[in-house]
Design a protein around this ligand. Structure first.
Ligand code: FAD
Length: 294
């Protein structure tokens, strides 16, 4: 099923993101994760794509299991950095063979560990170029990434939103945000997106925090700011693993309830492959989601 159809049918689309296990871990670990997530009945599960195409086979394999074994809609992430048109065409054909109807079209980044000259010439500069290529040749429902606090390479949020509009024009059907901890940042960004004429649904990416190190790494990667109230929670409870985990789930729950009360079109939960966190969070939202969709 196309994810765009879910947005047509539901008040709010709820999804999970998982990533392929590290090469040193067994692929079986991810099946245990999906096994635990499936009973939560997400609208879809997305699978990330390793930097520079490093996980293309496993991303395909995991997306196929989600779709064909668990009968849950799958969204396969796909990056175009370091890729030729032929590489992308091959991946898309493989996804079609596995009956996967949804692709998150991304540019990706140059892996930090790569040495100069390690990458090959890419046929695509931006994610919008990839989306245009896919929609001209294939029939996928396309997602795209967006950044409520601006993409790290673009210092001006207005310009970043202008660039985002190009994704919609290139055939992207819905957007998923980078994680954020301050809903006001999302509302400000959404207002700019509305003003620029972006009409496609924007799902909010939410990550429940489970420890301070994780938060610090995420800020480094994503540019997300941490509101004072979250800093105070981290300062007060970081010494106790259970307390910080519970506080993180409570914080994410509050964030999501407020977003849902403000007519957001969906929530994408970054599970970090920790299904118990997703379980606890979804349990907190049970009656909220029921009330919303009934
Ligand atoms: P783009 O949309 O191409 O934007 C990149 C930069 O170029 C931005 O600063 C933008 O403003 C600018 N830009 C765009 N178009 C133009 C233009 N025409 N002219 C000038 N400037 C322009 N990475 C992975 O490797 N694997 C994953 O699975 C993955 N999943 C992700 C999922 C989500 C929901 C998000 C938010 C990010 C994900 N990423 C993933 C990270 C992503 O690849 C990086 O953030 C990357 O730096 C940008 O990708 P993009 O698709 O947003 O790029």
């Amino acid at each position: 099923m196309y994810i765009s159809e879910l947005f047509d049918q539901k008040k709010a689309v709820i999804s999970f993101e998982i990533f392929p296990p590290k090469q040193t871990s067994s692929i079986v670990t991810i099946y245990e994760t999906i096994d635990a997530l499936a009973p939560l009945r997400p609208d879809y599960i997305s699978v990330t794509y390793g930097a520079g195409g490093s996980t293309s086979k496993t991303t395909l394999e995991i997306a196929s299991i989600i779709k064909n074994k668990y009968r849950i809609n799958a969204l396969a992430h796909l990056t175009c950095f370091n890729s030729s048109r032929e590489d992308i065409d091959k991946m898309l054909t493989d996804l079609e063979k596995e009956n996967i109807a949804n692709v998150l079209a991304l540019r990706g980044d140059r892996p930090r560990t790569w040495k100069a000259g390690e990458e090959k010439e890419s046929d695509f500069k931006y994610a919008a170029d990839l989306a245009k290529f896919i929609s001209s040749k294939h029939k996928f429902c396309l997602g795209g990434a967006c950044y409520p606090e601006g993409h790290p390479e673009c210092s001006d949020l207005d310009r970043d939103v202008e660039n985002l509009k190009r994704k919609e024009e290139a055939g992207v059907d819905f957007l998923i945000t980078q994680l954020f901890f301050d809903n006001e940042k999302y509302y400000r960004f959404k207002e700019k997106a509305d003003k620029s004429g972006i009409k496609i649904p924007i799902q909010a990416g939410i990550m429940p925090i489970t420890n301070r190190k994780q938060v610090e790494r995420m800020i480094e990667l994503s540019n997300a700011t941490i509101p004072h109230k979250l800093v105070r929670i981290l300062d007060k409870f970081e010494h106790n693993q259970q307390a910080i985990r519970d506080a993180g789930i409570a914080y994410a729950t509050e964030q999501i309830i407020e977003l849902l009360a403000n007519e957001i079109r969906g929530i994408h939960i970054y599970t970090m492959n920790k299904p118990q966190i997703a379980k606890d969070l979804v349990r907190n939202l049970d009656s909220i989601l029921y009330a919303l969709n009934n």
